[in-house]
Design a protein around this ligand. Sequence first.
Ligand code: AKG
Ligand code: FE2
Length: 317
Amino acid sequence: MSHVVTNVPVIDLGAFEAGTPSERRSLASAVDEACRETGFLTISGHGVPDADIAAVRAAVRAFFDGPAEAKVALRPGPGRPYGYLGVGSEALARSRGEETPPDLKESFNGGPLTCPADETDRDALAFCYAPTPWPEVPGFRAAWETYYAHMEDLAARIMAMFAVALGKPEGFFQPYIDSPISALRALNYPATEGPAEAGQQRAGAHTDYGSLTILLPDSGSRGLEILAQSGDWVPVDAPEGVFVINIGDLMELWTGGRWRSTLHRVVVPPELAGQRRGSLAFFHQPNWHAAIRPFEGRADAVTSGPYLMGKFAAATG
Ligand SMILES: O=C(O)CCC(=O)C(=O)O
Ligand SMILES: [Fe+2]
């Protein structure tokens, strides 16, 4: 096997925020290096309370392990993003135009906690500001919303660090992310029985669509892989207590390709065939109307909301 070098460092966000100018420079440069090489890093010093993480994990687990009728009752209407998507509903590789069998997963998805009072765009209202249909699991909504709020806050802090890592003022991204259209997705990959269809994965190879993603796999669960520049698929395992961060397509676009929105997937290694995987994925997405183009140059802008909606339609269509 070839020797694979990947750079997925642990970055202490609290230390960055409280750091001296030289500590900040050194952490910012580690972030820049990781984002240029793989687009993946992990974050410690995030301040998200363990109890809030435990509460959302327990609520999500109770939902997935609950009656199938209660889950399918929360299926979104056609083209709508929130609620329950059962096994067979999505193939992430199709977001890149690749025809594959559906991903071996189920998910529960929820949107922004509030909608700006002056939003009138019909697609924005019908798609990303559609209400989230709540499971009846006791305590689910409170635990979910608490965790969502932590993620929105954490994402904004990471975006501020990203700005510094890119040589911009800390508030550079702020006007683009002051009414973000982020989604929180709980993923459950059931234990697999027998071999999958050819080309079928827990999550097919894809890039994420937005600014950044905050992943929290269940402790000890494996299978997330990224495509290294060497061409090898390399596992990314998160130590307990950190979040895995990866940048998405719009961040790559912003940086004019300096930072990479790296292909990744979730596989079932043969030795883990009997095990489920659980993961929480928070997809941070700039404001619906945010026009995103490379910092340098005059390329046409991509509008955040319609871009996201098109990708979702391709993956679930
Ligand atoms: O299972 C995971 O932790 C990540 C899945 C993923 O990459 C995605 O849903 O975009
Ligand atoms: Fe992803």
